[in-house]
Design a protein around this ligand. Sequence first.
Ligand SMILES: [Zn+2]
Ligand SMILES: [Zn+2]
Length: 316
Amino acid sequence: MAEYNQGQSLRISEEFSNLTLHYGSFHRAILQYIMSIKTVPEAELLQYMQRCLLSTILDSYMDTQDVNMSQFVQETAVALQHFSDESYGELLDKWELEDSLVNADDVHRIIRQINEKLNNLDFQVVRCADQEEADKSVYIFVNKASTASIKLSTSYTEKQIEVINKLIEHMFVDPFDKSTGELTYSISKNAARNIGRDLNMSVYEAEQLLNDLQAKDWIQTYQNSKIMLSARGLMELKPYLANLFEIRSAETPLGAVSVCDGCKEILNRGVACPNADCYVRFHAGCYGLVKSSRTNDHSCSNKECTQVIDDFVVFN
Ligand SMILES: [Zn+2]
Ligand SMILES: [Zn+2]
């Protein structure tokens, strides 16, 4: 069995290099997938690429005379049709495929190839730290060109945009919770409904708008009570937010928009210096990396701040 399996692995590796050497149908399928769901965790994208690769191989070996390959094709077809993590895992194990399939480095390379194509079109697939889970990454389909108001105005009325702007203002102008003093780039559902009411929107209309913003992946609800910009919302609106509320940094300590001190990407959840006047904040994953890499010096990276990174606090 082992030597047959090696044969399969070899074919799959070859097929894979052929498919991904230049931008082609494989890349188009991946791009379509990312565009349709806007935000995809890296692990999911990896798995999707593996399935795509296996389907392509199925197509090209459908009429194979090789008995072993034909069995492989049949089993793969079944596994892909009744797709579950279990059936897929069994298939990979049985044919010893894990190592010959797409890996994380391949994902980066394929996304780079896709971005080279997208460049002329002002779109980009951006990789950034997952705000939900430390040490994981997500890929987000981002429109680089148009301004925030254009992006929103294609799907929302003037009144709705007025409400959206107020929601964003509430999240960013003073991101410290009035009652607890905690840092949070969110607005409660109640406060969001009140904003709608103040701008002559019925409770029903406000509710519809919030549902729609969530369905389109602009916002997400957190702990079932708070509304925040989603990772994609943050990425898409980054230039708009930076322009309006300014990035918080050593040079601009009054800015309201947080940037991770590790990866320099915008964030609205993570770990913050407990000094309310300090700008240093991290994604949870980036914080872990920085903390473990600093063996001696634990002081906050802000020269003006006397805190140590061990005392940083989670915010969301
Ligand atoms: Zn980061
Ligand atoms: Zn600090």
